[in-house]
Design a protein around this ligand. Sequence first.
Ligand code: ADP
Length: 192
Amino acid sequence: MIAIYPGSFDPITLGHLDIIERGCRLFDQLIVVVMRNPTKNPLFPVNQRVEQIRHATRHWSNVEVDSFDGLTVTYAKKRGAKMLLRGLRVLSDFEKELQMAHTNKTLADDIETFFLATSSEYSFLSSSLVKEIAKFSGPIDHLVPQAVALDIRQCYAKTPPIASPLIVPETLPILESPPVLWPTEKPSGSVE
Ligand code: ADP
């Protein structure tokens, strides 16, 4: 049986890889599909995410990596897959995933969703958490594959997070003239 594992994977984490490793033992072929999500502003472009996942899954011969711009069920039909694989971590995942599974069932009745519970050591792990830590130069090597950790660090080295407003930059612009006030405003301390 062919299964599809769709997601944003921005970036792929050890939690995703755990689902892929267990999934590829359950199905004849597992296709990991990077879905383009127009509502999210990703850290990595789709093609880079595909390359990162290909590299991380190169040891598993029945795992294929692809990308798609459209509905998951459309991709599944195109590939003749009857199973969608998803991971569950916490209760909030369950609500969202169940709604998605029911929606997909209305779109394609012959395609089932198969849920795998996260391994307990990855139950806290998400792509956004990894990005949050990396943004402030925290350690991420225990959360993502090594090559991905390198890519993330390079990414944030190029665009460091905005400094805290409490830190006064050394190159504060010098005001050459006093700020222009709205005609009705009076500088504080001025006498009528
Ligand atoms: P999406 O944007 O579609 O939620 P994600 O890349 O965040 O895509 O996740 C893809 C799938 O992997 C989802 O089913 C999500 O619940 C699951 N997943 C994410 N992180 C983990 C984890 N640490 N353990 C198990 N499943 C996970």
